[in-house]
Design a protein around this ligand. Sequence first.
Ligand code: GLN
Length: 236
Amino acid sequence: SVTIGVLALQGAFIEHQAILQKLNIKRALYVPLVRTVEDLEVCDGLIIPGGESTTIALLARLSGLLEPLREFVKTKPVWGTCAGAILLAHMAEGKKKGGQELLGGTSVKIARNGWGSQVESFAADLKIAGLRNANIPFKGVFIRAPVILDFSGTSSNDPPAQVLARLPSDLLPPSLTDSDHPDDPKTVVALRQGLHLVTTFHPELTEDSRFHEYFVKECLLPTIKHSGPTRVNGIN
Ligand code: GLN
C-alpha cells in the first residue's frame, strides 16, 4: 500500500484526508494524520493543508517535527495548499515580524496574504495542465491566499518549476499592478517543482478530487514504483 500523510497540526487537514480516502486509484492508500515524528516516518508523501502558516510552523517546532519535516521534503513528495504552500517556499514575505520558519523544498518566494486585505477570499475557474479532463475548469478557492512572487530559484541545481495553472489576469487585484505581463509569476497559482506541488488555493474545499488524484499519480506513485521486482538490463 501507499502511505500519504496529512499534516494535522492546524487547518483543513480533515478535508484532505476525506478526499484522499475516497480516491479511486489502483493502489491501496493509507492516509494517516501526521502529528508526531513517528507518524511522519511511515509516510511515502505528505500534504500540508491550508490554515495559518505561522501557527503550523510553531506547532511543528513544539512537536519536534520541524527538522524531520525539513529532512522529509528533501527526499519525498510534498504538496502544500495555501498555508502549506508558504511552508514549502524558501522565502516568505509577510506582516509578521521576526520572519517565519519555513520548510523550504522549492525555489518559490511567496508573499503571505498577498492579495491585500480588500481581497479576503474569492473563487476562480482555473485551467490546470495535466489534470484528468483538463478542459473542465477546476474551481480554485482562495482564502487569504499567498501570492507567488518568484520561482526562478537561487541556484542552478534547483529542478525546473513547471507552471500548472495561472489566474486569468483580469482577476488579479489592482494592488498587484505590474501583472499585465503574461509571464508574471504573480499570476501562477499552481506549480510543480521536483517532487513537490504548490497550490495557493484549496482543492480540499471543493468536491473535485482531480488535484488529489494528480498528486498521488504524478508525484507520489512514481517515487515508489521501485518496490516491485527490479528490471535489470531490460530483462525482468
Ligand atoms: N494567510 C494564511 C497564512 O499566511 C494562509 C491562508 C490559508 O491557508 N487559507 O498562513
